[in-house]
Design a binder for this molecule. Structure first.
Ligand code: TEU
Ligand code: CA
Length: 565
């Protein structure tokens, strides 16, 4: 596929969840100063683009995804001056900053919503979805993502306002041109400031069916999941085109959409040459653990399903554009705990998972702590959790009949807080994250897994990640890892995830054995050399001829350059 080259195609991105990154003033909350102090660390890792989860002024009901002022920095994190400093320091190091753009909803503390409440028939009410109830009931039976009705009464009226997430996150009315104008101005204000683009939150939700129909209930609460009302791709497509034309396009900005529920044939509209976004995240592997009723009935991760899902997503994406590949983010459990069987939850297994993910075709996003192999956290009381979604899922699990211990086991596997525990910088108190009391408990495994000790160990996950990113971006292999075709390989094996990245000049084989036993693969192409391996085993250090066997130990991954034919 021939496509116009864009500045972001060959970049490697890193997600920072500021509250948990690094606290420099001892209040237990990560801050902008902390981020500034780690820019060299990120540079050394090979990062080009930094995505900051929301840093705007917010009551933090949903950890900053409830924005009270799009033009202000949360006091907890620092000041606008510090933000400008961060931006300048990143630029100095040739790194791009992208912001989180949360425009499906805002906070109930935002001035717009406060004005709407003060005058429910006035201009600002139309910035939101205010609707009359039906026979003393809410206008429809939709259930919000965080539980309960999507409708909340507007005090002193017979109206309700609509929210797909928490009740403190009222949805914005995308049918109001005045509101859209305000949003576009805000976006352009940040772009004028020098940010390079945005990660765009929950964006598919803007295209909803605003007749607000009711649906067949899908739970004992009589409600139906609000995702059902996400309208056709046509509605959202028109809105997104307009958004892009008025903002991103004029700045050649990089945009990555958080898009779930996409219709099968709509991918090109999203990431094609003229797509709404530069890229969208590939959540296909994560959706494999969507439970029918919630986290408690999430199906277990099966290797072959996982392999097929990633393979299919890659083959689809390369027909029209680039996906953004992740192992984890702030909404997902740690990948090292989730995608690896127990016996593989080791440094070797973690390196293997990282290799398979980072060398896929697309734009890799590393989530903070992934580069040292941070893992899920085990807590023995729901009180330890902060996340609004976890509390709801715990409740759902208990209502479905699970015991406290069983429901906590579910949270230990699925909670968003798994990824939100503070970054483990050292073996000192609070893992070196804070000298005060961290807002969320540090994972007790920080003595074993932390940046400082991995810095000293050339064989650590951290050093391996540096080599991995460096290989992907190296002058010699950048082209094939960026634009080379993805070709699945050894799909008939039970435990091997393997693929080629190939163009007319080069053919690279990435092969990983997720099994407990060693395997042997007959090579289809002669091996010219080893580019990277996670085990010092000499079996791969020599070249192989076509037809010879390549032995892979349990949890071994190799990246081999092969003859092209
Ligand atoms: O997430 C949107 C999203 O689609 C959710 O389904 C999310 O994956 C789910 O709640 C997990 O339990 C985005 C943000 O990434 C998330 O942190 C926010 O809570 C949400 O939007 C609302 O802004
Ligand atoms: Ca702080």
């Amino acid at each position: 596929m021939i496509m116009e080259r864009k500045w972001w195609h060959d970049k490697v991105a890193y997600q920072i969840y500021p509250k948990s990154f690094l606290d420099t003033n001892g209040d237990g909350i990560g801050d902008l100063r902390g981020i500034i102090s780690k820019l060299d660390y990120l540079k050394e890792l090979g990062i080009d683009i930094i995505w900051l989860s929301p840093i705007y002024k917010s009551p933090f009901v949903d950890q900053g995804y409830d924005i009270a002022d799009y033009y202000a920095i949360a006091e907890e994190f620092g000041t606008m001056e510090e933000f400008d400093e961060l931006l300048a320091e990143a630029k100095k190091r040739d790194m791009h900053l992208i912001m989180d753009l949360v425009i499906n909803h805002c906070s109930d503390k935002h001035e717009w919503f406060q004005k709407a409440l003060a005058d429910p028939d006035g201009e600002y009410a139309d910035y939101f979805y205010f609707r009359k109830g039906k026979n003393g009931n809410p206008p429809s039976n939709c259930r919000s993502y965080f539980g309960g009705s999507c409708w909340e009464p507007v005090p002193g009226t017979d109206k309700y306002y609509f929210h797909m997430f928490a009740k403190e996150q009222p949805d914005l009315n995308w049918e109001n041109p005045k509101l859209l104008g305000e949003l576009y101005n805000m976006i352009n204000w940040w772009l004028d400031k020098g940010v390079s683009g945005f990660r765009i939150d929950a964006i598919i939700n803007i295209g909803k069916n605003t007749t607000f129909p009711s649906y067949e209930p899908d739970g004992t609460d009589g409600l139906a999941g609000c995702w059902r009302m996400i309208d056709s791709m046509e509605t959202v497509g028109k809105l997104l085109k307009d958004l892009k034309n008025n903002t991103f396009e004029k700045y050649n900005a990089f945009t990555v959409g958080e898009v779930f529920n996409i219709e099968e044939n709509a991918l090109e509209q999203f990431i094609g040459e003229d797509g709404h976004f530069s890229t969208i995240f590939d959540f296909s592997a994560h959706c494999l653990s969507d439970g029918e009723h919630g986290w408690y009935d999430a199906p277990p991760m099966e290797f072959k399903r996982w392999r097929k899902t990633i393979t299919d997503a890659q083959l689809e994406a390369q027909k029209c554009g680039f996906k953004a590949n992740i192992i984890e983010n702030h909404d997902e459990p740690r990948g090292a705990s989730r995608f690896l069987p127990k016996y593989a939850q080791t440094p070797a297994g973690t390196k293997m998972l990282g290799t398979v993910n980072l060398l896929l075709r697309g734009i890799p996003f590393i989530y903070q702590g992934q580069e040292i192999g941070m893992q899920n956290v085990i807590w023995d009381s729901i009180e330890e959790y902060d996340d609004i979604s976890t509390k709801d899922q715990y409740r759902i699990a208990r209502e479905a009949g699970l015991s406290d211990a069983q429901a906590l086991e579910v949270c230990g596997r699925m909670s968003r807080d798994n990824a939100r525990t503070p970054v483990q910088w050292s073996s000192e108190k609070n893992a070196g994250f804070s000298t005060g009391t961290p807002w969320l408990k540090v994972n007790t495994n920080y003595q074993a897994i932390n940046v400082e000790s991995q810095e000293k160990d050339a064989d650590s996950v951290l050093h391996y990640y540096r080599r991995l990113v460096a290989l992907r971006k190296s002058a010699e292999y950048k082209e094939v890892f960026t634009y080379g075709e993805f070709i699945p390989a050894y799909e008939d094996t039970d435990t091997v995830m393997a693929y080629y990245r190939a163009d007319t000049e080069k053919r690279i084989l990435v092969a990983a054995n997720f099994g407990r036993e060693a395997v042997e693969l007959a090579l289809d192409y002669a091996v010219k050399g080893v580019l990277l391996a996670n085990q010092a085993d000499l079996s791969v250090k020599k070249t192989h001829k076509t037809g010879e066997l390549l032995k892979l130990e349990s949890c071994e991954v190799v990246v081999l350059e092969c003859e092209c034919s």
